[in-house]
Design a protein around this ligand. Structure first.
Ligand SMILES: Nc1ncnc2c1ncn2[C@@H]1O[C@H](COP(=O)(O)OP(=O)(O)OP(=O)(O)O)[C@@H](O)[C@H]1O
Length: 585
């Protein structure tokens, strides 16, 4: 339960709304109490008329009319205040839900890449949606019904005791049973709902994957197998839903049964007391019947609320686990950095925590500001790792990476990353327009800057070829770009950012050699005062670099310029000759 303390800061934030809500709830309950009282009195008035105690029909009519108007007025006011109560308390719970979602999302963004490795996307999504919704149930409905029930008990039960103490005891005796039964039932319902949710998310993941991989399914003719798997999953889902419905079906019958039992008790005990003269007026029995009905739902909600609170505590515990996570990569400074861009690796060794693969072993090199370094090597040799370490997506384990002679671990992280334009191996584009995808590199980029960047990335002509040009929407509901087009839009994004350091991770692999040449020439022109690191498998991409290093199994095995490396026996020369012969073929 202590997990829910996390929400206290939000309750404090919205304290005035909540205090107002409690106050309104009291008023709403007080008005709701008027109805049983006046119905009871009206019954007694009719009883007096029937017994001949009152003989004036006009007096009876006027009394009943007055009572009806009072009941009508009080009911309307009770309705109005109940509406305001919901407005106050439920609206606060929506604000808390919004704040909590933002808090969690903010945390997600702060956390380092290793956190995303350790946790599955589904889990991250669930905590920010499902779990936050369950916590909202505690901050909203559970809070509201608890106050409502509390107030009703404080006001109604003493009043009932005053009217007929013994009858009150008999009438409220079954209520704790009702509350306990509803609690047990709610726990069972929640358990079953969680299972239904799990099966539903399995089904959703399967469906989503089938849509994403539809081209593979179709080209391999896998429709029958996929269809059969779907039927199995959806069958399981149906079974779990039926299980849930069976338990849910008990809810209202149980309520009706217990309300009925309480009503019978009022009529039986009340009737006996009326006959024996302990209760003077029939109206009291009618009034009690109404109170019992009025109390039953709030009493049932005690059980319901208890199970909601338990669920919310479990959900908040899961949320807190993430909120307490400390980002592995810390920002040590907030002072502005004047990054010039010279980069040095000194004896850098790095092992990926999750796989325990040592991707870099004792790597050392230097690139001066404005220079171009090319990294070449077999797949899995550690090239991408070098680029990721420069932007501190991970921290080195041994050795040091410095920029302008300063250990990057001591630099302002935000400014370090802002000084880098990184084009990852898998160009990732958002489901948005091409313009906005490029603008992601610079939020306030003008159209002219965007077009220049696209021209330098040799993708402007392609974009103009689309009927909506730069407004063409990409992704699920938009068009799909070719691999090469994606890479070039991604390059344009890095260029428009105009950083001091440009990192290209095999970013030209999907473009033809002619376009590659065009882009490299443009890059050469615009990156005169920038440090550029190009990772590639192609000699054509790296031959003009100031320095080239060859990686093998995480180690630098050769280094030099294109000419120097050609004159040395080794991987570079072999690759050159191989690619040359392929070109000539
Ligand atoms: N995020 C990661 N988590 C765990 N291990 C990783 C991760 N990324 C890479 N590795 C491992 O580290 C080693 C180096 O990978 P890296 O991606 O740096 O190689 P690369 O030279 O860029 O390969 P490629 O040319 O195929 O892109 C590989 O053995 C790889 O399996």
């Amino acid at each position: 339960m202590k997990e829910l303390k996390h929400l206290n800061k939000y309750f404090y934030k919205y304290k005035w709304h909540l205090i107002g809500g409690i106050f309104i709830t009291i008023i709403a309950r007080v008005f709701a109490l008027v109805t049983p009282r006046y119905i009871g009195e009206s019954t007694s008035a009719i009883e007096r008329w029937v017994n001949g105690e009152v003989t004036s029909e006009a007096a009876l009519r006027s009394e009943l009319m007055t009572n009806i108007l009072i009941i009508l007025g009080a009911t309307l006011l009770a309705g109005l205040f109940t509406f305001l109560m919901r407005q106050a308390i439920i609206v606060v719970s929506r604000h808390i839900e919004y704040d909590l979602k933002n808090e969690v999302f903010q945390k997600y963004q702060e956390l380092s890449l290793n956190f995303y490795k350790k946790n599955r996307t589904g889990d991250l999504m669930n905590r920010i949606s499902e779990d936050v919704s369950k916590v909202r149930m505690y901050a909203g409905p559970a809070f509201m019904y608890s106050i409502q029930t509390g107030i009703l008990f404080i006001v109604v039960i003493p009043y009932m005791f005053l009217q007929a103490p013994e009858l009150t005891l008999y009438v409220i005796a079954p209520l704790p049973i009702l509350s306990f039964a509803i609690y047990k039932l709610s726990v069972a319902i929640n358990k079953k709902s969680t299972i239904v949710q799990q099966y539903l998310s399995k089904l959703n993941t399967f469906t989503q994957e089938s849509f994403s991989g539809i081209s593979v399914i179709k080209s391999y003719g896998l429709e029958p197998q996929t269809g059969a798997s779907f039927v199995t999953l959806s069958n399981e889902n149906k079974e779990k839903n039926i299980d849930l419905v069976k338990v849910q079906a008990f809810f209202f019958p149980l309520m009706v049964l217990l309300i009925g039992a309480s009503n019978i008790l009022v009529i039986y005990i009340g009737g006996k007391k009326f006959i024996s003269g302990e209760i003077a007026e029939l109206g009291i029995i009618v009034e009690f019947l109404l109170y019992v009905n009025m109390l039953t739902w709030p009493v049932a909600t005690v059980g319901w609320v208890t199970s909601i609170v338990q669920q919310a505590a479990a959900s908040q515990k899961r949320i807190n686990e993430f909120l307490k996570e400390v980002p592995q990569i810390q920002n040590p400074s907030t002072t502005p950095e004047d990054v010039q861009g010279s980069i040095a690796f000194k004896n850098v060794t790095f092992t990926y925590e999750d796989t325990n693969i040592t991707a870099l072993k004792n790597v050392g090199f230097e690139v001066e500001s404005g220079e171009t370094l090319a990294i070449i090597g077999k797949t899995g040799s550690g090239k991408s790792t070098i680029l990721e370490l420069i932007g501190r997506l991970y921290d080195v384990e041994q050795g040091e990476i410095s920029i302008d002679g300063k250990d990057i671990k001591t630099m302002n992280l935000k400014e370090l990353r802002e000084s880098i334009g990184y084009v990852p191996q898998d160009a990732f584009l958002f489901s948005d327009s091409i313009r906005n995808n490029i603008k992601f590199g610079k939020a306030d980029a003008t159209d002219e800057e965007i077009i220049t960047a696209a021209k330098n990335a040799a993708v402007h002509r392609n974009i103009e070829g689309f009927s909506k040009g730069y407004d063409t929407v990409l992704g699920e509901r938009g068009i799909t770009l070719s691999g090469g087009q994606k890479q070039r839009v991604s390059i344009a994004r890095a260029i428009v950012h105009d950083p001091k350091i440009l990192l290209f991770d095999d970013s030209l692999s999907a473009v033809d050699t002619e376009t590659e040449e065009e882009i490299l020439n443009n890059l050469f022109r615009i990156s005169k005062n920038k440090t550029t690191i190009i990772v590639s498998h192609r000699i054509s991409s790296v031959k003009n670099a100031d320095k080239i290093i060859i990686l093998e199994d995480g180690q630098v095995v050769q280094r030099g310029t294109h000419q120097q490396l050609l004159n040395t026996e080794g991987y570079y020369r072999e690759l050159y000759l191989k690619q040359l012969s392929e070109k000539e073929m």
